[in-house]
Design a protein around this ligand. Structure first.
Ligand SMILES: [Zn+2]
Length: 405
């Protein structure tokens, strides 16, 4: 069987920290991990000299709509090319997120997008994340339909079961049967786009919702009804329940860093997850890019993707982020000043644990060989030098040296 030895690396396991210096890959899995003092196996395996680079698990993005010039829901080819392009950002597992194609009139689009998941060759896409259609607040468009289990079943049938997560709002009418059916189906209900009160949120959690996506963002504060009594709602109900994990768009625009620090202070660090919610244009230079939604988005460094529609009231409105996962890691490292493995865990082990993927997000024997070697170019934003997905090299920036067998 094909073996690969990555040696002279700095291994960063999200649960144990800096643990070793080499990894032996056997086929699709990690066969052995060694400390600097352990001599690596010297024969048989193809070898890569990491030259002291950091080696982490491949990153996982549970909420992302597009990257560079590809909007996943635009069509199957955009989905495949966009997903596979994520390997250069160190992402090895992704849930392509659909938003505007979830009404019953678009089932054919869902069908062809779900079928395209199998064509992704570089990055693993085990299923879709459906952001809606049973949402209370629309955000930047999308559906706001009441809960409907038959509609849910039609979406599952169209996707041939390849739905890993669905975002719902606890304040949407008739949402509890939808949450229960998602759990029965093995798909994760994510709370979002909501102004739910405490009781509605607790009911959703009791029904099986255990995660909130782009937390704080499109979770408006409840109105103040009595001077001297601070209103409390969905955000507080989620922070108060240790079973519920939260994810953030850590771009400094959608969520203030202090709000992320508050969640870290309130919760087990393993309940914090990084997402990008990236849109078309993310990863590209500053500019204006057409989305295929009837408007363009303007992308600027350090800002989000904003709708560009001169003269229209939507001009300048947030339309998702322009964030990439390495930039999210850099921002969280700078803001949180947490132990480094805690920050990397937010983009690897923590989402894997939430989704019930026990072989992902770790560097240990038996784990999937989803690995990334990183350069740190000096601006604090890690840059993938080489990415492996299930033991196969799927991205190579051409800066690594091979050594002889
Ligand atoms: Zn989204």
């Amino acid at each position: 069987m094909a073996e690969l030895l990555i040696r002279n690396a700095v291994l960063l396991d999200p649960l144990k920290g800096r643990t070793g210096a080499w990894v032996l890959i056997d086929g699709r899995s990690i066969a052995a991990v060694g400390a600097p003092d352990d001599p690596p196996p010297s024969d048989g395996a193809e070898q890569v000299d990491a030259q002291g680079r950091l080696l982490t698990p491949g990153l996982i993005d549970l909420h992302i709509h597009g990257i560079e010039r590809w909007l996943f829901e635009a069509g199957p080819d955009d989905l495949v090319q966009g997903v596979d392009a994520l390997a250069q950002y160190g992402v090895t597992t992704v849930l392509p997120t659909l938003y505007r194609v979830l009404a019953l009139g678009h089932l054919d689009r869902v069908r062809e997008l779900a079928a395209a998941l199998k064509r992704c060759r570089c990055v693993q896409a085990p299923g879709l994340h459906l952001e809606g259609p049973f949402l209370w607040l629309a955000g930047a468009g999308g559906e706001t339909l009441p809960g409907d289990v038959s509609h849910l079943e039609a979406l599952f049938a169209a996707a041939d079961g390849a739905v890993e997560a669905m975002s719902i709002s606890p304040d949407t009418p008739d949402i509890i049967p939808v949450i229960r059916r998602l759990v029965e189906r093995g798909a994760a209900p994510f709370i979002t786009h909501t102004q739910a009160d405490v009781e509605q949120t607790e009911a959703a959690i009791e029904a099986g919702a255990r995660h909130a996506t782009h937390f704080y963002d499109v979770f408006p504060a409840p109105a103040c009804v009595e001077q001297g009594a601070r209103p409390v709602g969905c955000v507080e109900a989620i922070l108060a329940d240790p079973r519920v994990s939260v994810d953030f768009i850590a771009d400094g625009v959608h969520v203030h860093p202090t709000a992320i620090k508050a969640a870290l202070a309130a919760k087990d660090p393993q309940r914090l997850i990084a997402i990008t919610d990236a849109n078309i244009g993310a990863g590209l230079a500053e500019g204006t890019y057409d989305t295929g939604w009837g408007y363009a988005v303007e992308v600027r460094p350090g800002d989000a993707a904003r709708i560009r529609l001169p003269g229209d009231p939507r001009d300048g409105v947030l339309a998702g982020s322009a964030l990439t996962m390495p930039q999210a890691i850099a921002n969280l490292r700078r803001w949180l000043k947490a132990p480094e493995q805690q920050v990397w865990a937010m983009a690897s082990w923590n989402p894997a644990a939430l989704m019930g993927w026990p072989t992902k997000g770790r560097i240990e024997p038996g784990a999937d060989a989803d690995l990334v070697l990183w350069d740190d170019p000096g601006d604090g934003v890690p840059q993938a030098a080489r990415t492996w997905s299930l033991g196969r090299c799927v991205y190579d920036r051409g800066v690594m040296m091979e050594s002889a067998k």
